[in-house]
Design a protein around this ligand. Structure first.
Ligand SMILES: [Zn+2]
Length: 212
């Protein structure tokens, strides 16, 4: 199976792609994972990407796409199939991806738009509390620590990260829609789009995807 997961931060893409990986053996591909691989392998592309990241700049589209093309040709990825998480983010990247897949004779099965009302996402994300010492993440609603405000792992005090404050969460969601809504329209026009209600648990999202 070859899938793309599209959805705002907090929609559960990570959890669903982990299920697809565990149960169907699909390989999860994201720009972050691809950057790390190339940087660790100290390839020319990796060194190039690292230079941008070190300066706090975005890795240019061309570099990201070249890395993605390389990864999609990887025999393990060809054999097991893949789930793309967080890529493509723009129509330009979607078109480049289509070209790569076409050139390698690979068909995309579905681009899955995971849809959730904004308030649910904000509630999910802004309930997140983290430990600054060991990095453990909790959620005041779905996964609270045993003692309020204290990390189960290392007993340090827990904090709401700046990224997870409600106003920042809304801002992140807004910026997602500005940049990525055209990607959803793009896949609608190519006939690959599938919309999934992701407001329930990850298991129902997983079931909807595999049933289709
Ligand atoms: Zn801790």
């Amino acid at each position: 199976m070859r899938l793309i997961l599209i959805g705002p931060p907090g929609v559960g893409k990570g959890t669903v792609s982990a299920l697809l990986q565990q149960r169907l053996g699909l390989i999860t591909l994201s720009s972050g994972e691809i950057f790390r691989r190339e940087i660790e392998a100290e390839t020319d592309l990796g060194r190039l990407a690292q230079r941008y990241i070190q300066h706090g700049e975005l890795v240019p589209n061309g570099v990201t796409i070249e890395m993605m093309a390389k990864r999609l040709r990887d025999p393990a990825v060809v054999r097991h199939g893949f789930v793309l998480d967080g890529f493509p983010r723009t129509v330009k990247q979607a078109e480049a991806l289509d070209e790569i897949l076409f050139n390698h004779g690979i068909d995309l099965d579905k681009a899955v738009s995971m849809e959730v009302p904004e308030d649910i996402v904000v509630a999910r994300l802004s309930g997140r509390i983290g430990c600054t010492k060991c990095g453990a993440i909790y959620n005041s609603a779905s996964h609270p620590p045993k003692r309020e405000g204290i990390c189960d792992v290392c007993n340090s005090p827990l904090f709401v990260r700046d990224d997870d404050k409600p106003e920042t969460v809304r801002e992140r969601i807004r910026s997602f829609w500005t940049n990525t809504a055209p990607v959803i329209e793009y896949y609608e026009s190519t006939g690959s789009l599938m919309r999934v209600d992701a407001s329930k648990d990850p298991e129902s999202t997983y079931a909807a995807i595999t049933a289709a």
